[in-house]
Design a binder for this molecule. Structure first.
Ligand SMILES: Cc1cc2nc3c(=O)[nH]c(=O)nc-3n(C[C@H](O)[C@H](O)[C@H](O)COP(=O)(O)OP(=O)(O)OC[C@H]3O[C@@H](n4cnc5c(N)ncnc54)[C@H](O)[C@@H]3O)c2cc1C
Length: 394
């Protein structure tokens, strides 16, 4: 039976970082993945350019039932450490906005650098390999795999969450955690578009499909994000919507300020004073696209010349635009979600080493843990940081 020091299951962001770092420390590392290629999500990420970290990464950018858990790992391998690795490989990158760092060219530059580091450190990568059984030995673990049995001292689970099954996502990590006595927190799709079924609202979204509104403030459950929203034929998407989806529970109302940069009561009063004969939809076309202005006027208001509105009507218009309230039917689910919220309860994992507090020698890294970042490069930073932390101890 093949015996090695470290087996890592999952050659995604966290598994690759853990592998190259542990092998760099001189450990014998075998990295397994059931997929035919490593790092598929890295290649798909950031619209194909991989938003690999964020300049302003802080623990406050992460959701977890145990918000302190991520602090230690994020401090020990931070955004500057990953930027140094990217720079070492001469990969050109830029800040798109809000501290989000993207490759100038394609996301494969990030995967290639991780694979180059793995190769240099001597990581053995085995693809198309699935693990059917794991048993604990007196010291270490024994695995039955599609390529035969294996034994190792340290076993790292880096199999990610449930998002996008077509990219190789499975619930394997949760299964292993359960087998070794871990508590699982309920999982749900995060950073995901909303679907809308209420007929009138759905018609509005469908008609505006593809239209983006540049600066909106979207709020739910005490959280707000100010960014674009995008109408889709299924409902709503865009960065502000994806961000708030991680805080949304079924039945919750979303509040959307479509014009947070404008004092609407004052603006409407000024229009009524200065352009009394202009129709509302003509004026709204200066703030939105002409099509959107026309549709909003049709769905929400009676469009007429400004001089014909009573103060009460103007107040209602201002309120509708500044606090559009809607209850989505649901999210698009794991099919399109960027991340999985919930997962392995971090209260049963060491925040310093990522080692299981239930089963020595077993480690969990990356998205399989109940740590989920905001949109903007934070999820990869968690993958790098947690993978690096475990690699110091495996
Ligand atoms: C479309 C999309 C775009 C994204 N864009 C960004 C972005 O720009 N910036 C950002 O920070 N985050 C982004 N994310 C989120 C980010 O990709 C993940 O948070 C991150 O990849 C998690 O890393 P991980 O290593 O924990 O898991 P993954 O990267 O998902 O890796 C898990 C690996 O485990 C393997 N695996 C699963 N089950 C098994 C099994 N049973 N046996 C063997 N192997 C298994 C999988 O094949 C995979 O290779 C995006 C996600 C998606 C879906």
């Amino acid at each position: 039976m093949l015996s090695t020091e470290v087996v890592i299951i999952g050659a995604g962001a966290a598994g690759l970082m853990c592998a190259l770092t542990a092998a760099g420390r001189g450990r014998r590392v075998l990295l397994l993945d059931h997929a035919n290629k490593p790092g598929k999500k890295i290649l798909m990420s950031g619209g194909g350019r991989c938003n690999f970290t964020n300049l302003y990464c802080e623990p406050g950018n992460f959701l977890s039932a145990n918000p302190h858990f991520c602090k230690s790992a994020l401090a020990r391998y931070n955004q500057w450490d990953f930027i140094a690795l990217v720079s070492k490989h001469g990969v050109p990158y830029h800040e798109k906005k809000l501290g989000q760092l993207f490759c100038d060219h394609k996301a494969n530059a990030i995967l290639d650098l991780l694979l180059a580091e793995c190769a240099e450190a001597g990581v053995e990568l085995r693809l198309n390999t699935s693990v059917t059984e794991i048993a604990r030995l007196e010291s270490g673990y024994q695995l039955q795999t599609s390529a035969g049995p294996l034994a190792c001292q340290s076993l790292v689970i880096a199999t990610g969450g449930l998002s996008i099954p077509t990219l190789g996502a499975t619930g394997f990590g949760y299964q292993v955690a359960r087998q070794f006595g871990h508590t699982l927190l309920p999982t749900r799709a995060g950073l995901v578009p909303f679907s809308i079924t209420e007929p009138q609202l759905k018609a509005l979204c469908t008609e505006l499909s593809g239209t983006s509104v540049e600066d909106c403030l979207v709020s739910c459950n005490g959280q707000s994000f100010r960014e674009n929203i995008l109408f889709t034929h299924r409902g709503l998407s865009g960065p502000a919507i994806l961000q708030i989806s991680s805080y949304w529970q079924p039945g919750d109302t979303l509040h959307i300020d479509l014009l947070p940069h404008i004092d609407l009561p004052e603006w409407l009063a000024a229009q009524q004073r200065e352009r009394p004969n202009s129709e509302l939809k003509t004026l709204l076309a200066e703030l939105f696209t002409k099509k959107m202005a026309g549709l909003l006027a049709e769905h929400w208001f009676v469009s007429k010349p400004m001089k014909q509105y009573s103060p009460g009507e103007l107040k209602a218009i201002a309120e509708q635009l500044a606090d559009w309230q809607l209850v989505p039917a649901g999210t698009e689910g794991y099919r399109t979600a960027e991340v999985t919220l919930g997962g392995i309860d971090t209260r049963e994992v060491s925040s310093k080493t990522m080692e299981s507090l239930k089963s020595p020698g077993l480690y969990f890294v990356g998205e399989v843990l109940d740590v989920t970042g905001h949109l903007g490069g934070f999820n990869f930073q968690w993958a790098w940081a947690s993978g690096y932390a475990a690699a110091q101890y495996v």
